[in-house]
Design a protein around this ligand. Structure first.
Ligand SMILES: C[S@@+](CC[C@H](N)C(=O)[O-])C[C@H]1O[C@@H](n2cnc3c(N)ncnc32)[C@H](O)[C@@H]1O
Length: 228
């Protein structure tokens, strides 16, 4: 039987007081950290398949085992689904060998992967971040994706964005960071009694433990005619 999962605890009572200035700083400065050789190689292999694909592209960022990526590939047979995770131990674990043709799983650090994808001009149809590590200590704000310097780059990939988390503060911070980027945002919460589609193993575990989960959706930004 699976162990019940504990709720996220934090000494941070709500949205971090430094969130707005951190997001604003990252908006002003392009992040320059060098890319790792491993990520570049992993991306190059993947990029060939993506370049050969003419349909919609879906990214499952931090996909864990890839079970959610598989579900997305089955739900969207018209799209190519790319699942990325840095954990070799987790990635692909428990997936059947006969994965559908429209699913690719890659081991890479997202911090590099997002920048390589943006440099290759990828345009996503949908972008999922399902239950990213919450980093609940206040001093770890900068490790949460919305307060990380890579955040503007992940947004530049476009598409409909969906974040799910079992920590309300992460959802509220994500919402505020997106609003600071001028995005439209909708926040929902659900529990096991509400029919929200379960798409990932972590979600299944949290719901089975009686936890509430949050979903933050943001439609793809509308391109301004003539550009600004
Ligand atoms: C809490 S798990 C969630 C996994 C899956 N999305 C799910 O919902 O079942 C967070 C995942 O993010 C991955 N991760 C964290 N930081 C990452 C990074 N910088 N690059 C790639 N994957 C990362 C971890 O390896 C882990 O599998």
């Amino acid at each position: 039987m699976q162990q019940p999962s504990r709720t996220v605890t934090s000494s941070q009572p709500g949205v971090h007081p430094a969130l707005a200035r951190t997001v604003a700083r990252h908006l002003r400065q392009t992040w320059q950290r060098p890319l790792s050789g491993h990520s570049q190689q992993a991306f190059a292999v993947m990029a060939e398949s993506v370049a050969a694909w003419s349909g919609p592209l879906i990214l499952d960022a931090g996909c864990g085992t890839g079970a959610s990526s598989l579900q997305l590939a089955l739900d969207h047979p018209e799209a190519l689904v790319v699942g990325v995770d840095k954990s070799r131990a987790r990635l692909g674990r428990g997936l059947a060998e006969d994965c559908p043709d429209n699913l690719l799983l890659v081991r890479a650090d997202l911090v590099d992967f997002w920048r390589l994808a943006a440099a290759a001009d990828w345009k996503l149809a949908r972008h999922y971040l399902l239950y990213p590590n919450p980093w609940p200590k206040p001093g770890h704000l900068g490790r949460r994706w919305h307060a990380h310097p890579v955040f503007p780059t992940l947004l530049a990939l476009g598409g409909e964005l969906e974040l799910r988390t079992n920590w309300e503060t992460y959802a509220r911070e994500w919402q505020q960071a997106l609003l600071l980027h001028g995005r439209v945002v909708e926040v929902d919460s659900f529990d096991a009694g509400v029919a929200e589609t379960v798409v990932s193993p972590f979600e299944r575990k949290y719901l089975a433990s009686g936890q509430r989960c949050w979903c933050v959706r943001s439609p793809a930004p509308v391109a301004v005619a003539g550009g600004l």
